[in-house]
Each structure stands twice: as structure tokens, then as C-alpha cells.
Design a protein around this ligand. Structure first.
Ligand SMILES: [Fe+2]
Ligand SMILES: [Fe+2]
Length: 182
């Protein structure tokens, strides 16, 4: 990276790179977990849940890109094999062995909570010492907090009993008086 750009980083860059690479691995694993979950989802609210999972999958991939760019800028190297991603991460990979929407939401909420912990630690590490990384981490952290909230709200919606009757009674349609031809 540029010498001046490196000079302004007030933390141990090797340690930072290690933390960022682990978060980078988390993002790829989260991306796939969401992506494949969206494909296999079954059961209640399947359409809405699958759509949300697919949207999160895209955002996790965007996070991986943001981290990759900064890792390279800091002179680091990226994890380049699936084996390394599975070995060097914080949150692991939860295969959607139970494709029911409830199980998918539960496992991805767990993943988001781990991501929130990870980015809070990273944020505390760089806060006030590396403004560029701090900005990136804060942006990702905001997304992860939103992701957890989205999934928990869906889980709540799922608990609503399915009503046999429509919630709002349909208005009776008044029959129009037949027009009489003149
Ligand atoms: Fe993410
Ligand atoms: Fe997320």
C-alpha cells in the first residue's frame, strides 16, 4: 500500500489483517449459507423467507468485497481456498440440513449474532486509530444489526396463528340496480 496510507494506521497491521481475513472468511460462508438456504427453503412463508435470505446473501458478498479491497490495500493476502475459509473463520458454517423456514431463520440469526460480535471487536480495535477501516467496519456492522433484526421479525411473524377467517371482513358488495333500457 502507499507509504503515507500505511503510516496513518495506528494499530498492529498484521493483527488487523488476521482479524479482517477471518471476517472475510465469515462473509463467504455466510453468503453461501444464505444463498443455498434460499434455494432449499420449505414450509411456512417460504416465498418471503427465501427472498430475504437471497437478499442477505448478496449483502454478505458485498461485505466480502469491501473487506478484500481493504485487506489488499493494507498489503495483506486473501484466503484463496475453500479449505482456508473453513479453517480461518469466527462463525463457522451451518449447513441447512433442515430446510424448514423456521430452522433456516434460527441458524442464520445465530450467524448474524456471531457477525455482530466479530465486527464490534474489530470496530473497538481500530476505533480512532484507522479511520478508513473503521468506516468500512461500521458500515458492515450496521448491515449485520439490520440482518439480525429482519430475521427475528420474520420469526415473530411466523408465530402468528394462521387464522381460518380473514382478519378484515370483506365489505358486502352492493348490487347495482340494473340499468333499464329506454
Ligand atoms: Fe456480512
Ligand atoms: Fe449479515
Amino acid at each position: 500500500m502507499g507509504t503515507k496510507g500505511r503510516e496513518i494506521v495506528g494499530v498492529n497491521v498484521d493483527k488487523l489483517l488476521k482479524m479482517m481475513n477471518k471476517a472475510y472468511a465469515d462473509e463467504w460462508l455466510a453468503h453461501y449459507q444464505y444463498w443455498v438456504g434460499a434455494k432449499v427453503a420449505t414450509g411456512r412463508m417460504r416465498g418471503i423467507v427465501a427472498e430475504e435470505l437471497a437478499e442477505h446473501a448478496e449483502e454478505e458478498l458485498k461485505h466480502a468485497e469491501m473487506l478484500a479491497e481493504r485487506i489488499l490495500q493494507l498489503g495483506g493476502t486473501l484466503l484463496i481456498t475453500p479449505e482456508a475459509l473453513l479453517k480461518e473463520n469466527n462463525c463457522g458454517y451451518d449447513a441447512p440440513t433442515d430446510p424448514s423456514t423456521k430452522a433456516l431463520l434460527d441458524q442464520n440469526i445465530k450467524g448474524e449474532q456471531c457477525a455482530i460480535d466479530t465486527y464490534k471487536k474489530l470496530f473497538d480495535f481500530v476505533q480512532g486509530k484507522d479511520p478508513i477501516t473503521e468506516k468500512i467496519i461500521l458500515e458492515i456492522l450496521e448491515d449485520e444489526v439490520e440482518h439480525e433484526d429482519d430475521l427475528q421479525m420474520m420469526l415473530e411473524d411466523m408465530k402468528e396463528p394462521v387464522s381460518a377467517k380473514p382478519v378484515i371482513a370483506a365489505k358486502p358488495v352492493k348490487a347495482k340496480p340494473a340499468k333499464t333500457k329506454k
